[in-house]
Design a protein around this ligand. Structure first.
Ligand SMILES: [Zn+2]
Length: 295
């Protein structure tokens, strides 16, 4: 397979997306197989040793779900076969956990794809394509690290693929200005000389999921709270109050200060466009790791 063939077949994984619903299960499995290939020269993944790891990846980087973690791992492990890039050494039914365990099933990228991905340039471009399609820049490095790939190599512009939409710098400036160049959650407003440092414009509905560069889809957030918001540790409710996930834990007073944000109202300055309910709803449905703290 040529590089173009690899990119085309991995791009088609994205077509399973439906109405802004995140479904990173298959891309996460391909990334895990790619990490395995990079470190062991084979993409073979034994279900018995992969299930927990894949389940953790989906739990940590996928949308919230009520399905059991192992069940969520069985979905891509069996269904990626239909994309013609993944094989199993036993013909087991789709989605079922038990036959995967009973038959000691091993999954592997198809030989042609695996062979192409042994080229480091193709592997890096493929990984970049998958993370760019599914995750914002705050999360992409964490995903790559979690699957055993090197973010510093992959997230260089050399491996950036064509983007149908380019981020508008003017949107970033407008959001930072509208929110007084301070974190809408904690008020952090650090400057180094005249330059704002550690405060970023954050999309509420992710740019990668058709989040528009509109005033009502952005917040200025400090780097920490931007990351926690994109990971789903923090969210917003319909009354424009901050919510903290009950799954967020910390051992230190500094980390636990995040709890203090729960139910704190956003305080846009007069005239600032508040976040739109539709974008908050998307974030709550697709990103926030609910339930929120109860008090
Ligand atoms: Zn902050």
């Amino acid at each position: 397979m040529s590089k173009a063939d690899v990119m085309a077949c991995l791009s088609s994984l994205r077509q399973h997306q439906h109405r802004g619903q995140r479904s990173p299960h298959k891309p996460l499995l391909v990334l895990l197989a790619l990490g395995q290939l990079t470190t062991t020269d084979s993409s073979a993944l034994d279900w018995s040793t992969t299930a927990d790891r894949l389940a953790e990846l989906i739990r940590d980087y996928g949308p919230p779900s009520t399905a059991g973690p192992t069940q969520r791992a069985a979905y891509p492990f069996t269904r990626l076969r239909s994309d013609k890039i993944w094989t199993l050494n036993h013909d087991v039914p789709m989605d079922r956990v038990q036959p995967l365990a009973t038959n000691r099933v091993v999954g592997q990228l198809t030989p042609a794809l695996e062979d192409a991905l042994r080229d480091p340039d193709i592997a890096a471009a493929a990984a970049r394509l998958l993370v760019d399609a599914e995750f914002p820049p705050t999360i992409a490095p964490d995903v790559l690290m979690a699957v055993g790939l090197d973010p510093d190599t992959i997230l260089t512009t050399a491996h950036q693929t064509d983007k149908p939409r380019q981020r508008r710098r003017s949107w970033t400036v407008a959001i930072l200005t509208a929110w007084n160049r301070q974190c809408a959650f904690c008020g952090f407003d650090g400057q180094l000389g005249a330059a704002t440092v550690g405060v970023e414009a954050a999309h509420i509905r992710w740019f990668t999921f058709d989040g528009p560069d509109d005033p009502d889809n952005g917040l200025a957030l400090c780097s920490l709270h931007h990351k926690l918001f994109d990971h789903g540790a923090l969210g917003l409710d319909n009354d424009l109050r901050i919510t903290v996930s009950s799954n967020f834990t910390s051992r230190t007073d500094t980390g636990q200060s995040v709890y203090g944000l729960h139910r704190r109202p956003l305080r846009p300055r007069p005239g600032t466009t508040p976040p739109a309910a539709t974008h908050i709803h998307w974030h709550t449905r697709e990103v926030f790791k609910g339930p929120a703290l109860t008090s």
